[in-house]
Write a protein that binds this ligand. Structure first.
Ligand code: PMP
Length: 425
């Protein structure tokens, strides 16, 4: 695979970007052959800086819901760009988009818009405190809610004080949640919950409805705010808040990534129970009111309401899961596919340091399929049954190739170091 341009970019990046590239889009914790820079994306496909083409199962870590560059969404964005984008205040689109979202998400009575998922989760935390006048925020151990000091998974530069009222409980455990709520005494401001357990490096898990309902009841009893972080899964499981599927309505829900099909916008939705807190806080940003992403969001939401994108993703995902299961077991691997079929995660049994998963992912990449060895992936509406067949065929070859390499595989050095550090903490 051609890598000359990539290697040169990486060399230059080391000088002008911290760590080369930072955050979750850095490839430092991915197999060595993974491309860091991409020059083009179209539909379900992605081209790296050297022009190598991949069928992309990361979907930009979520934002690509309909297909990269969806012409219906982009036309709406381009039309708005000619009219105005960042102005001294919002365009009428802000009211219309808020009406769209409140119309689709049943627990929501109002909306606020921002740029990234972290903006929305951080605002949710602040509103929970402003609404209740209390301090403690509960988050599930291992859950990702963004990259600010209160929630970042990396401790560098973060003070214990930044997190002094952030406490943890175990996702899906009623007992652990009850204990954390009891320990908060009369100081509980809010409980965060992911729509399902989608932490990195471990199997995904459905939410236990008893846990979700208990979280709701505990918030009702204490006056605290229940917050569902739908930044990653929003509109991928249902055309509503994801917990609507299990009949539990939060006070606040956070959205991002996909509802403008990749255009930069995120949202915080809330019920009347959280309205005063939302009205009280100071929340803004130079680009939060930009009209172009709002036009893209309205166009995306219309497509979500009017097409079978969701049902199709479940159909293709189910087909893919069955095909990969057969290919893996034919090659003698115990291969775990967890989470919703449209947001799959692939892990191997007997692979504690991920060396098998890394080798298989690299073997897939060489066959033009971009998969992730430890983060959940996404299907997009531009994918076809032919794409699923290509993936299953590539997987079949990749499983056989890795079977032949098992005795010589080595762990990934940086990942091994990270696991060691975590074990020591
Ligand atoms: N919450 C969840 C569940 C996420 O998956 C993410 C992003 N991976 C965030 C919050 C933060 O979103 P962003 O990276 O847009 O700030």
């Amino acid at each position: 695979m051609q890598r000359d341009i990539h290697n040169e970019l990486q060399r230059r990046a080391q000088r002008v970007l911290p760590r080369g590239v930072y955050g979750h889009e850095s490839t430092l914790l991915l197999p060595d052959s993974y491309p860091q820079f991409f020059s083009k994306a179209e539909g379900a496909y992605l081209w790296d800086a050297d022009g190598n083409k991949y069928l992309d199962f990361m979907c930009a870590y979520g934002p690509n819901l309909l297909g990269y560059g969806d012409p219906r969404v982009n036309q709406a964005a381009i039309d708005q760009l000619h009219r105005g984008d960042t102005m001294p205040g919002p365009s009428p689109l802000m009211v219309e988009l808020a009406e769209d979202m409140v119309g689709m998400v049943q627990h929501a009575d109002w909306a606020m818009f921002c740029k990234n998922g972290t903006d929305a989760t951080t605002m949710a935390k602040t509103i929970a405190r402003a609404q209740t006048g209390k301090r403690v925020i509960l988050v599930a151990t291992g859950a990702y809610h963004g990259a600010m000091p209160w929630c970042t998974p990396m401790p560098a530069g973060v003070l214990p004080e930044d997190r002094s009222y952030i406490r943890q409980y175990d996702y899906n455990s009623v007992e652990s949640l009850e204990a954390a709520v009891a320990a908060a005494g009369d100081d509980l401001a809010g409980i965060f919950a992911a729509p399902f357990k989608h932490d990195a490096f471990i199997d995904q898990a459905e939410p236990d409805p008893a846990y979700a309902q208990r979280a709701r009841d505990l918030c009702n009893d204490t006056g605290a705010m229940l917050i569902v972080d739908d930044v990653r899964a929003g509109f991928r499981l249902t055309r509503d808040c994801s917990w609507e599927l299990i009949g539990v309505r939060p006070d606040l829900s956070t959205w991002g990534k996909s509802f403008a099909n990749g255009h930069p916008i995120s949202a915080l939705l809330g019920s009347d129970r959280a309205r005063d807190g939302a009205a009280a806080i100071y929340a803004t940003g130079s680009f939060w009111f930009a009209a172009v992403p709002m036009a893209a969001a309205r166009a995306t939401l219309q497509i979500l309401r009017e097409t079978d994108y969701l049902e199709k993703s479940v159909r293709l995902g189910t087909y893919l899961r069955a095909g990969l299961d057969t290919a893996a077991s034919d090659a003698g691997f115990s291969f775990r596919q967890t989470g919703p079929v449209q947001m799959p995660l692939f892990l191997f049994d007997d692979d504690p340091d991920f060396r098998i998963g890394f080798a298989w992912s690299e073997a897939m990449l060489r066959r033009g399929i971009y998969v992730h060895p430890w983060h959940n992936m996404f299907l997009c509406d531009a994918m076809t049954e032919t794409d699923m067949d290509l993936t299953i065929d590539a997987a079949r070859d990749a499983f056989l190739e890795v079977r032949g390499q098992l005795s010589t595989l080595q762990p990934h050095a940086l990942l091994a170091e990270m696991f060691q550090q975590r074990a020591a903490e």
